[in-house]
Design a protein around this ligand. Structure first.
Ligand SMILES: Cc1ncc(COP(=O)(O)O)c(C=O)c1O
Length: 429
């Protein structure tokens, strides 16, 4: 595959990355393997086209196909998630969140989001981000690390005191479901717009396996398209309300959120949309509406549960003692007396890719945190089932129990390579 290209340096690296992905097992819960069709759409001639504006309202000519592909993505996403409108141009989850904040808020306004070490994402107001410089973030968090239940009473009291204009439900390292009805009652009480960042769980929501925040009075949902949704790297913003002409200013009222958000994405934050990525989003949304995607999500959640049980059987301390979704947060410091960074490196050495992660109220710093985060979206796409979760838990346990035994690590690495190589990547087929 590499020999026909002139830039050998780059194409050798692409081949090397493909080999790494084929011979290892991807356990980072925010990653996945896209289908050959998603990959083809991403590598298509749509990358050549400028399309500033929205379908039917562009600043450039030659939009017959771009208009059709963007409208298709919008309609597919609306149907899948029960939205009134979807902006499919957002380049990334971070920008999608920022676009919503700017659509609805003025500098200095308050946003209530999940405590970052309890699972909230950096874009939910980590100090140092542009959003944190412009807006005032207040927090809700979990009651305790054992149940992982959100302290809704404390959340309500803080909301009454601080009057957030947005209450944000969403996370990147929280293994349980949120009680959206409780968010709704607090949001109604303080007059906040409810926004969900479902970047991690969009796949199971689309499949009807996890709750859809739109069923609980939420007005806005953001999501990345590359995690459990199994599409290209990018994002979407889904909203309830009426869509007007996004090229004209509208009043800041909740029914105008679709228009306010479109205007915030373009020309607010971005220039030309990435039409090749929008084409690939369309393909991923088509795939997510098929019955086999639902089965994929059922398997992904079952695999995560099985992996969590098998890890706990081997003595791992898991935050909230299990999972209801696709991700698991293991406290390595408590389980093995070394940090998550060291665990990540040991597991990399044997071909299992995970990421270090803080645990709630972590006493250790983010670059050497107590935990690792792992999940099953990618390995389930690969075709691994519950029986393989037993094997993976065992590999993780053996490697972390003897982190300096090079011979033992070599042996596990060979076992990982052998099993992984027998499960092709989707683009191999
Ligand atoms: C909950 C959540 N929101 C937003 C993002 C940001 O997405 P991106 O990396 O595409 O900017 C992530 C990424 O991990 C996430 O987990």
């Amino acid at each position: 595959m590499t020999t026909k290209f002139k830039d050998q340096t780059v194409f050798k690296l692409i081949a090397a990355e493909e080999k790494r992905q084929r011979e290892g097992l991807e356990l980072i819960p925010s990653e996945n393997y896209v289908s050959a069709e998603v990959l083809a759409a991403m590598g298509s001639v749509f990358t050549n086209k400028y399309s500033e504006g929205y379908p039917g309202m562009r600043y450039y000519g030659g939009q017959i196909n771009t208009d059709a592909i963007e409208s298709l993505a919008i309609e597919r996403a609306k149907k899948l998630f029960k939205a009134d409108h979807v902006n499919v141009q957002s380049h990334s989850g971070a920008q999608a969140n920022e676009a919503v904040y700017h659509a609805w808020l003025e500098p200095g306004d308050t946003i209530m989001g999940m405590e970052l070490s309890h699972g909230g994402h950096l874009t939910h107001g980590r100090p140092g981000t542009i959003s944190a410089k412009l807006f005032n973030f207040v927090r809700y968090g979990i009651k305790d690390i054992e149940s992982g239940e959100i302290d809704y009473e404390a959340m309500r009291e803080i909301a009454i005191k601080t009057k957030p204009k947005i209450i944000l439900a969403g996370f990147s390292s929280y293994p349980r479901e949120l009680d959206y009805a409780k968010f709704q009652s607090i949001g109604d009480e303080v007059g906040a717009v409810l926004m969900a960042d479902m970047a991690h769980i969009a796949g199971p929501i689309a499949a009807g396996l996890l709750k859809n925040p739109f069923d609980y009075g939420f007005r806005v949902m953001t999501t990345t398209t590359h995690k459990t949704l199994r599409g290209p790297r990018g994002a979407m913003i889904l909203s309830k309300g009426n869509l007007g002409n996004p090229l004209k200013a509208v009043d800041k009222i909740v029914d105008n959120l679709p228009t306010l958000i479109d205007r915030s994405v373009f020309p607010g934050l971005q220039g030309g949309p990435h039409m090749h990525i929008i084409a690939a989003k369309s393909v991923a949304l088509y795939e997510a509406a098929q019955p086999d995607f639902k089965q994929y999500c059922i398997n992904m959640l079952a695999n995560a549960k099985k992996l969590s049980v098998e890890l706990m059987n081997r003595g791992f301390k898991l935050v909230t003692n299990g999972t209801d979704n696709h991700l698991i947060l293991a406290d390595i410091q408590t389980s093995f007396n070394f940090d998550g960074d060291m665990a990540e490196k040991i597991l990399d050495r044997i071909g299992l890719t995970v990421n270090k992660n803080v645990v709630p109220d972590d006493p250790l710093p983010p670059f050497k945190p107590s935990g690792i985060r792992l999940g099953t979206p990618a390995i389930t796409t690969r075709g691994l089932g519950e029986e393989h979760m037993v094997i993976i838990a065992d590999w993780i346990y053996r490697a972390l129990k003897s982190p300096h035994d090079e011979l033992a690590l070599d042996k596990i690495a060979a076992e990982v390579r052998k099993l992984a190589s027998s499960f092709p990547l989707p683009n191999d087929n």
